[in-house]
Write a protein that binds this ligand. Sequence first.
Ligand SMILES: [Zn+2]
Ligand SMILES: [Zn+2]
Length: 395
Amino acid sequence: MGIEKFARVFAGLGTLRRGSAGRRRRMRGAGDGACRVGGFGQGAAMRSTVRGLLAALHLAPALLGGAKDGRLDIYWIDSQGGGSTLIVTPAGESVLIDCGNPGGRDAARIHKVATTVAGLARVDHLVTTHLHVDHYGGAPELAAMIPIGVLHDNGVPAEDPDGNHDPTWPQRIKAYREMKVDSREVVQPGDRLALRPGKDTQPKLTVRFVAARRQFGLRTSGVANIAACQDPNPRPKDTSDNANSVVTLVEFGGFRFFDGGDVTWNVEAGLVCPVTQVGPVDVFQVNHHGMDASNNPMLLRSLAPRVAVFNNGPTKGCAPAVAAALRALPEPPAIYQVHRNKNAPDANTDAGRIANADPEGGRHLMLTVSPDAQRYTVAVPATGHRFTYLVRPHP
Ligand SMILES: [Zn+2]
Ligand SMILES: [Zn+2]
């Protein structure tokens, strides 16, 4: 029996083990491709076939998502080039980072994934990274569809945070300012979310705000990085609200996920210099939808991600220069995209790793970290792609 066929048989056993019709219904569209495990990309996976077979048995039920299953789930919901990343903790608590655009479409997509895929009845924490409409615009609509607990943001300023003195700002932000949430908190750099503890036997989960409003919160000393501090390509100061983005780090045991919102070039350098704020991560949501005003190679080298996810749109983000910078890293990450980039086809990753080939979109990407935080699986329901990565060792 060939190795690939053997793997398919094991994956098939996993399918049978999944049991109930309800669970099968929730798996529809997730595909049942062989579940493989690897360190760096698919080449490494083929060298890890035995571990892959074990992982196939272990992880086949992992893509169900849902509450209190001991797994950490991350969904990149399609908001056509907006931000909308949903995290469900092992204890079943939910953290939504950004809320897509106004107009109904994005809030409906978030609501659908939250309720029918993740099985949530509420959003416990909503983090708005910054006040651009592709990040906060869908929030008032979502708040009318599902209860929202604590809203975390930079506060709502009296003036347009881009500094344009736009007289329409009070009207543009009115619905967000007035939407119903249980409480509101202004993020302070270094804060961590108060989350329900998981089981004592599980690895620890923390969600921390690394930066906000161009200030850094994790470290002020101790990891000096002077050698890497000469930015060969500094940019003019970014006065837009992008630079104020709340930067979030999710850690579950050794697993680390970085979501920087739309943080831009010079603030990205500040995450590395003069001290390293974050260091290597497993999964990187590519900053600013993959635009090249962001994604300073200094930060990319420091994060050294194994998986990079573009929350891009069909004609927004996933810039060729950013894709090239990721591919030029010493150990290039596996790249996933929410949309195929119509404008720059050569920048696209493998078709199987793209959630939406159709510009109309509406499909999501999903990542599940195993309860022991030793491995994680990225799934593309639209294509059936599923791939398991080992959590990297951290010093
Ligand atoms: Zn944005
Ligand atoms: Zn923005």
